[in-house]
Design a protein around this ligand. Structure first.
Ligand code: NAP
Length: 511
C-alpha cells in the first residue's frame, strides 16, 4: 500500500499510524494512506520562515517568475502521469483531469510571465508619492512588502493540482514560502506534483512544504506574519477563522468557500438565438463537468416563466451528451464523485431538494451504491419562498430551474437570496436588462459573466477561473479574493505607508 509522505524541513517524512485511506472512487479500492500523526509541524513552519522566506525575498520578481515558469514546465512534463492519477484518485475523465492539471500549470506560467513584467524589484510600489504636508518635500508612499511568515494553503478535494498551483504561484511571486495541505481524500495528484517539483531541484531550500493528511495541530503553530489561504466548505472556513490561535495572533485568513452560483436568462432571449445556445451549452457543461464538483458550477437557473419548458427540454438534450460512468471507459464524458465518502452527503442534499422541488430530469441514486450520480434538474416554482434552494449547496451534478416574471430587479433579488457568490452569469442581449441585473448583483459576487450573442463563440463559461481575473466572493462565498493578476499578491504582502523626505523615498524605494 502506498503511504503518502509529507515534505517538511526539506525532507520526505511519513506520519505515524495507519492514516486515512485514499480511494479510487470508481472501484472503491483503497490506493494509498496518509497520516500526519506525530509530525513536527511547528518545526517545519519555523524552517520555512527562517530559510525559505529569506531565499524567496532575496530573489527579484523576474527571478521568482522564472522559477514559476520552470516549475510549470516541470509539472507539465509529467502531464500524462498526473492525468492518470486524477482519474484513479478523483474519478475524473481525461478532459476533466486536464481542467485541473492544465489549469494549474497555465496559472503558474501566467504568474511567471507577470513576474517577468514586474522585473528587477523585490517589492511593489502602490501608487505614487503623495505630498502630505505644507512642503512638497514631505511625502508618503505606499509599498507592499512580502510578509515574513508562511503561506499556509489548505485546499479542497476537488482541485488537487489547480488549487495547489494557483495559490503557490501568488505566494511565491510575492516572496513567501508555502506549506501546501491538500484535501486528504484526493491528495495523490498533489503529492505527485510535490515530488516533481522537489525532484526538479529548482526549489530554494525551505521554500515549499507539504502536509499530506489531516491538518492536525497546524493552526496552533501559526503566527502573525503567516497567511492562511483556505478553500473548502463554509463550515470548515468558519472553524479556521474562529480558531483560538488564529484570532489571538491576528493571522490573515482568506476563505474561498461554497457558492450557489446563478445563471439568469433575460426575457429578450429567443430559443433560436445564439445566446440561448450559449446558455444551454454553458449550463449543461457546468452541471456535468467534474460531476458538478466545482465551486463555480451553476446551481440555480433563473428563467422567464414562458421559457421554462424549453429550458428543461434543451438542458435534457444537452445533458444526454454526458454519458456518466467509470472514467476509464473512453465513451464516458462524466466521471464519478471524487471520493466514495461524498456519496452520502450528495444523496442527502438531493433528497432535501426533492422534498421542496419537482424533479424534472434524472433520479436520486442509492446512497450506499457506487459513487456515481447522473445529472439531475430540479424545478422550484416559488423561489422567493423556498430558502433551501438558495442555501443548500449539493456538491454534485444538479441544478434547480426557477421561473420568474421577466423583471430585472425581481430576478436580481432572487439571485441575491444566496447572500454572496463566486460567479453569476446573465444571458441576455438587452443592454438595459443586463445593466440593471449587473449593478444589483455585482456587490454580491466576485465575478459576473455577461453572456451575449457577441461572445457566444468566445466565452470560456462561468466555471473557468482565470489567473488575470479575481476569484472569490463575499458573504456565503467566504469573503475571499485570490488571483486577479497582480491583485493576487495582496494576500501575501503587507501594505506599509512610508512617510519622509521625497529625495530619501526616491533613493530608498525607487520611483
Ligand atoms: P472541507 O471539508 O471544508 O475541507 C477543505 C480542507 O480543509 C481540506 O484540506 C481539509 O482537510 C481541511 N480541514 C478540515 N477541517 C479542518 C480544520 N479543522 N482545520 C484545518 N483544516 C481543516 O471541504 P471539501 O469537502 O474538501 O471541499 C468541498 C467544498 O469546497 C465545497 O463546499 C466547495 O464549494 C468548496 N470549494 C470552494 C472553492 C472556492 O474557490 N471557493 C473551490 C473548491 C471547493 P482533510 O481533507 O484532511 O479533512
Amino acid at each position: 500500500m502506498l503511504e503518502l509522505r509529507s515534505y517538511l524541513n526539506d525532507h520526505w517524512i511519513a506520519g505515524d499510524g495507519e492514516g486515512a485511506p485514499l480511494h479510487d472512487p470508481a472501484s472503491g479500492a483503497v490506493l494509498a494512506t496518509a497520516s500526519t500523526a506525530g509530525l513536527d509541524i511547528g518545526g517545519a513552519l519555523d524552517h520555512a520562515r527562517s530559510v525559505g522566506g529569506p531565499a524567496l525575498r532575496g530573489m527579484t520578481f523576474a527571478e521568482r517568475g522564472e522559477l514559476l515558469i520552470k516549475l510549470s514546465k516541470a509539472i507539465h512534463g509529467h502531464r500524462d502521469e498526473l492525468l492518470e492519477l486524477s482519474r484513479a484518485n478523483t474519478g475524473t475523465t481525461l478532459k476533466d483531469g486536464k481542467f485541473d492539471v492544465d489549469g494549474g500549470t497555465a496559472t503558474m506560467a501566467a504568474y511567471g510571465k507577470l513576474g517577468e513584467q514586474l522585473g528587477d524589484r523585490r517589492y511593489l510600489l502602490d501608487g505614487d508619492q503623495e505630498t502630505i504636508g505644507r512642503s512638497p518635500r514631505f511625502t508618503g508612499q505606499h509599498v507592499k512588502v512580502p510578509r515574513r511568515g508562511v503561506g499556509v494553503h489548505i485546499n479542497a478535494f476537488n482541485f488537487p493540482v489547480w488549487g495547489f498551483a494557483e495559490k503557490l504561484a501568488c505566494a511565491f511571486l510575492a516572496g513567501m514560502p508555502v506549506l501546501t495541505k491538500p484535501g486528504t481524500s484526493t491528495a495523490m495528484p498533489a503529492h505527485r506534483v510535490g515530488e516533481i517539483i522537489v525532484d526538479s531541484g529548482l526549489l530554494p531550500e525551505g521554500a515549499w512544504s507539504l502536509l499530506c493528511g489531516s491538518a492536525g495541530d497546524l493552526l496552533d503553530h501559526l503566527d502573525s506574519q503567516d497567511v492562511v489561504a483556505f478553500t473548502g466548505s463554509a463550515a470548515t472556513g468558519e472553524k479556521i477563522r474562529g480558531h483560538r490561535n488564529v484570532i489571538k495572533r491576528g493571522v490573515r485568513v482568506n476563505v474561498e468557500a461554497d457558492s450557489l452560483n446563478a445563471a439568469v436568462v433575460g426575457p429578450d432571449v429567443d430559443t433560436d438565438s445564439d445566446t440561448w445556445d450559449l446558455f444551454l451549452r454553458e449550463v449543461s457543461r457546468e452541471i456535468a463537468q467534474k460531476s458538478g464538483q466545482k465551486c463555480t458550477a451553476t446551481r440555480r437557473i433563473f428563467i422567464p416563466e414562458g421559457l421554462l419548458a424549453d429550458a428543461i427540454d434543451g438542458l435534457k438534450d444537452r445533458l444526454a451528451d454526458y454519458p456518466a460512468g467509470d472514467p476509464s471507459d473512453p465513451s464516458v464524458r462524466m466521471g464519478t464523485l471524487a471520493a466514495p465518502a461524498q456519496m452520502a452527503d450528495v444523496c442527502e442534499g438531493l433528497g432535501r431538494l426533492a422534498a421542496v422541488c419537482d424533479v424534472a430530469h434524472g433520479e436520486i441514486p442509492a446512497a450506499d451504491g457506487p459513487a456515481l450520480v447522473k445529472p439531475l434538474l430540479f424545478v422550484c416554482k416559488d423561489p422567493a419562498n423556498t430558502p433551501i434552494v438558495h442555501e443548500l449547496e449539493v456538491f454534485g451534478p444538479a441544478a434547480t430551474l426557477m421561473p420568474y416574471g421577466g423583471d430585472p430587479a425581481e430576478v436580481a433579488g432572487l439571485v441575491n437570496l444566496a447572500d454572496g457568490g463566486l460567479v453569476a452569469t446573465v444571458y441576455s442581449d438587452d443592454l438595459a436588462f443586463s445593466g440593471t441585473v449587473l449593478m444589483e448583483i455585482a456587490p454580491y459576487h466576485g465575478r459576473v459573466l455577461l453572456g451575449s450573442r457577441r461572445i457566444a463563440e468566445h466565452s470560456t463559461g462561468p466555471g473557468m477561473v482565470l489567473p488575470n481575473l479575481v476569484h472569490g466572493g463575499p458573504g456565503r462565498a467566504g469573503g475571499g479574493m485570490e488571483l486577479g493578476g497582480v491583485r493576487g499578491l495582496d494576500l501575501y504582502t503587507q501594505t506599509c505607508a512610508v512617510q519622509g523626505a521625497r529625495p530619501m523615498l526616491d533613493k530608498l524605494l525607487g520611483k
